[in-house]
Write a protein of this length. Structure first.
Length: 299
């Protein structure tokens, strides 16, 4: 049966942990100059409805380092943008390539692609989830602070696709997730209601208390550009500041999936400070996705 990666819940806890360990192993192999080309003669295709720097770059480099090829497409330069059905696109793409990465607005587009694809489909971000980012995030936390199980993680800002993926992670890996959002920006109720370790509040200082990890994301995600001003107003008390970081544990770390807007969702002193892991986190996209590709192609 073809395995897809549409959300973290497509993996068992054990598979997720194995994948993260493997990511760190692949990182070390790369550093040591070990040649490893499990994708020889294989092709990864990306179809992106939205902009990307890290996701596109990391998948293309992953395919190159694995001895394979990567092809980038967008609806604007393919027939998908002219209304060719997703199901038809999926059948054609998967008859030629070995793995597909999709970045879309509606999560149902990715589900439909997976339903009709003969090869693994990876969610490279939808309005609902961003699971590839979570692989890198967990890997980064494990490298810096050890196992995330039993720890306290704080999300401050929008209850968005990243926040949703952190809710999934908290269920799989069993840590406490405190989420502080302004009223009206809470994460999807169906995800929260099915979660035991998730605590919602409207108070960032309270949510950050004793945190091992504090995170945020842009206040206006892709597709919400016309809400930028109203969101800047609604989120003004939800900036991650040094004062908030000080509420965490003494070895509390800061993460942000990037792109970041300094002095909007996060103070410069925090994101460019000693507690920040953002560059390691961004680099780990490459290693974590190599582990994911290997898992989906070879397992
Ligand atoms: N974090 C992330 O997915 O970045 P890009 O939008 O640049 O791919
Ligand atoms: N929440 C952001 C994440 C970008 C990587 C967005 O969807 O635009």
């Amino acid at each position: 049966m073809t395995r897809h990666f549409l959300s973290l819940r497509d993996l068992s806890r054990q598979e997720l942990l194995q994948l993260i360990n493997r990511a760190t192993e692949l990182k070390s192999m790369l550093r040591r100059g070990v040649d490893y080309e499990p994708m020889r003669n294989q092709t990864l295709a990306m179809m992106f409805e939205k902009s990307s720097t890290r996701t596109r770059l990391s998948f293309e480099v992953a395919a190159t380092q694995f001895g394979g090829n990567a092809i980038f497409m967008s609806p604007g330069d393919s027939q998908m943008g002219r209304g060719e059905p997703i199901a038809d696109t999926a059948r054609v793409m998967s008859s030629m390539v070995d793995i597909i990465v999709l970045r879309t607005f509606s999560h149902s587009t990715i589900e439909e692609m997976a339903n009709f694809s003969a090869v693994p489909v990876i969610n490279g971000l939808s309005d609902r989830f961003h699971p590839c980012q979570l692989l890198a995030d967990i890997q980064t936390f494990h490298e810096a602070r050890g196992s995330i199980q039993g720890k306290t993680v704080t999300w401050i800002g929008d209850g968005n696709n990243m926040c949703h993926s952190w809710i999934n992670a908290s269920q799989l890996l069993d840590f406490t997730l405190n989420i502080a959002t302004p009223a009206g920006y809470t994460p999807a109720a169906d995800l929260v209601n099915n979660s035991q370790n998730v605590y919602l509040s409207n108070d960032p200082l309270e949510a950050a208390t004793n945190a091992d990890l504090i995170m945020t994301d842009t206040w206006a995600s892709m597709g919400q550009e016309n809400e930028k001003n109203s969101r800047a107003h609604d989120f003004k008390d939800f900036k991650v500041t040094m004062k908030i970081m000080e509420r965490g544990q003494s070895d509390c770390v800061f993460m942000h999936c990037l792109p970041a807007y300094r002095e909007m969702e996060v103070e410069t002193q925090v994101i460019d400070g000693q507690q920040s892991l953002i560059w390691q986190q961004a680099e780990n996209r490459l290693h974590a996705q190599k582990a994911l590709i290997e898992f989906l192609l070879l397992n």
